[in-house]
Design a protein around this ligand. Structure first.
Ligand code: HPA
Ligand code: ZN
Length: 326
């Protein structure tokens, strides 16, 4: 039907995508063999069977284990290329991609290796598919502030390739205030700030991301709906939210897809976008997430178009670049 045709063919940007969360079980096992890394899985089926989560932390434990197979520049290139090849068929024309360098440098993989592998695939996608991109380095919020500063020092040597900074990993107990100084330093180095907030943490985490970290976009933001004044503010300021419906469902942040806040966000006039987060782990790429909200929230065709337009409006493309895409 028309809605599905729109979902498949509309140009779309993805604004909430962790490249390490695109590692498919087939590639995980191939890289484990190539790099002689031992995993607690023998088959693709074993890997997929492990993907049952009751909360964010359940997922993160498996996510950090899975990425232990990534060692060389070629591994990061292959990982990134596999994602780009997959989503170019979905009408994706722009991606703002997160990566988690501390999860690699802690295992002895050089920061430069990670950035070089991801960047070469992004450049190839620009040449071969015309896909544009921005790379956002996330700080792991469960780790101490001084380690985030070390990551920021590394990023400063790669300003030509790293556009922004973000904040991810275990949310509750690690509020935005913990990273106030790191974000201030990152902003003064001209990195554009975003942060995960209100995925599991309460609405004060969303306020903290805005007021303390001074983010230009909020990743998830679900719990903002507990605070009507905050929703009015997000609507007035048109702060983009990057929501991830299938992720929320698979991590039990919502009981079913019909409980996704995407429709409420549209109705409240928020600049809401739909994204995949960690598509391999949650079993859905970008268009699967659009279909999930269309089917479960009874979105109109007009609302599907709005979501696709919002994906560019909420991106960090410049005004002129957005005009071309919209
Ligand atoms: N939330 C927090 N940290 C993450 C996520 C997420 O959805 N994906 C990868 N790291
Ligand atoms: Zn995320």
């Amino acid at each position: 039907d028309l809605a599905n045709a729109l979902i498949d063919t509309l140009p779309k940007a993805e604004l909430h995508l962790h490249i390490e969360g695109t590692l498919e079980p087939e590639l995980m096992l191939e890289l484990a063999k190539r790099n002689k890394v031992s995993l607690p899985y023998d088959t693709v089926e074993d890997v997929r069977n492990a993907y049952q989560f009751d909360c964010l932390q359940d997922f993160l434990d498996i996510y950090y284990l899975g990425m232990s197979v990534l060692k060389t520049e070629r591994d990061f290139h292959d990982l990134t290329w596999a994602y780009l090849e997959r989503v170019q068929q979905d009408g994706l024309t722009h991606v703002e991609m997160f990566f988690d360098p501390q999860a690699h440098t802690d295992r002895g993989v050089a920061f430069e290796t990670v950035v070089a592998g991801i960047t070469s695939a992004l450049e190839q996608a620009k040449r071969e598919y015309g896909i544009t991109s921005k790379l956002i380095m996330c700080f792991l919020r469960h780790l101490p502030e001084d380690q985030a500063f070390e990551a920021l020092d590394c990023a400063c040597k790669h300003k030509d390739h790293i556009f922004g900074v973000g904040l991810d990993s275990s949310e509750r107990g690690h509020p935005p205030e913990k990273f106030e100084r790191v974000f201030a330093a990152a902003r003064s180095e001209d990195f554009v700030p975003v942060a995960h907030a209100g995925e599991e943490g309460d609405s004060s985490y969303v306020r903290g991301a805005l007021d303390v970290l001074k983010v230009e976009r909020v990743d998830h933001g679900n719990r903002a709906f507990d605070d009507p004044a905050l929703i009015r503010r997000l609507a007035e300021q048109q702060t983009p939210l990057t929501m991830c419906p299938i992720s929320n469902w698979r991590l039990k942040g919502i009981p079913d897809l019909a409980a996704s806040p995407v429709k409420k966000a549209l109705d409240a006039g928020l600049l809401v976008t739909v994204n995949s987060d960690d598509p391999s782990y949650f079993g859905g790429y970008l268009n699967d997430n659009y279909r999930a909200v269309h089917d479960n929230l009874s979105l109109t065709e007009g609302e599907i178009v709005t979501l696709a337009r919002n994906s560019f409006a909420g991106s960090f493309l410049t005004g002129a670049e957005k005009q071309v895409q919209l």
